[in-house]
Design a binder for this molecule. Sequence first.
Ligand code: ASP
Ligand code: MG
Length: 450
Amino acid sequence: MNQVCVAKFGGTSVANAEAMGRCAQVVVANPKTRVVVLSASAGVTNLLVELSQGTLDAAARADRLQRLDAIQQNILGALGNPQPLSQTISDMLAEVRDLAEQATVASDAALVDRMVAQGELMSTRLFTELMNQQGHKSVWFDVRKVMRTDSRFGKATPAIEALRTLAQQEMAPLLAENFVITQGFIGANAEGQTTTLGRGGSDYSAALLAEALNVAELEIWTDVPGIYTTDPRMVKSARPIPEISFAEAAEMATFGAKVLHPSTLQPAVRRNIPVFVGSSKDPAAGGTWVRSSTESTPLFRAVALRRNQILLTLQSPNMLGACGFLADVFSILARHRISVDLITTSEVSVALTLDHTGSQSNGKSMLSDEVLAELGALCKVKVESDLALVALIGNRMSEVSGAGTRVFDAIDDVSVRLICYGASAHNLCFLVQESQAEDVIQRLHKKLLD
Ligand code: ASP
Ligand code: MG
């Protein structure tokens, strides 16, 4: 599949018929593109998640269903309400209505996934029709035939080997003659039950499919022209980055930049597949190439912000000179499938922040009362919130002298709650009060990146 490109479009890119039309142009503009992976139209997953919780009253349910219906009908209308597609979409909406009723009696994670999957199933049906109407021969492909996962509904883990075999068998033969239009975010377990990969998981799906099909490149189309030096809504002088390494981009995705789902780059790295990030609204604006190595390797490339951090401080005199305390802490976290972002230790305590990207498709927090109780049995637990994580991304940071001085000099009047530095040459990160976060980002950008 050396000459093939997988293109993924996010929710805003497929929000309505006009936006979908722009995606079609982007698809045909690159002769390599054969596989198209879509998110649900903007807003749809949120509506489905709400409906799936079973907590809405009848009026609220009717309102959400009506909004869902309107998004689909608008697109269908623009396509001329063709049959049999109109009937298919009606049937899918009816299924959502039934499942939403069922959820009010009893909702479970499997039911939630069945419901939220409908968003991607509908957007891909509609886009396939649009492509065919424009004369671009396309087939709709149910990704659940190949995206085999475990049974952790809401945040399922893909089975990479099974995916590779199935994609080669089921998908690859279709590419010669057709555009293959398929869903991000969703999969199925070995029993054929629908699963999801967690919110924002479509990027990850696209990267996994690119890996499974061993393609030449992956395009991620969203509503911003690439990865920026920081969020342009916070800093006016933020610039798009033309080229960035896998290592730097992975740190950025993990530590705040919302452009890519943090897991996206893992499959790309494994197969050394270059990833382009651009805006389907303005493809001519260019974008960012993410590859194994780049021409320039600046000390500071970007600064990212991640809000809503929770800092857990665990204190125990047992830690003093003892072995195994950290192992106990991490085994509790591991059992609850919570992964840790930052960690620092002292003589008798350990402070850590939790990885938010682990949040589930239903939006529930990973830090449950159960986890806190288990940790509480082991040590004294302190939970602090209202913190934001600031991450500087760049190169050779842990080797170059004075990198830390330059960062902290720029914000010398700000109190810093926790610092992580040295584990990677590509990042330096720390926690500040949420209320100071924007100011910190603006000052760092001005001093180090303007
Ligand atoms: N539609 C899903 C979500 O909103 C997946 C995605 O957009 O990547 O989370
Ligand atoms: Mg999305």
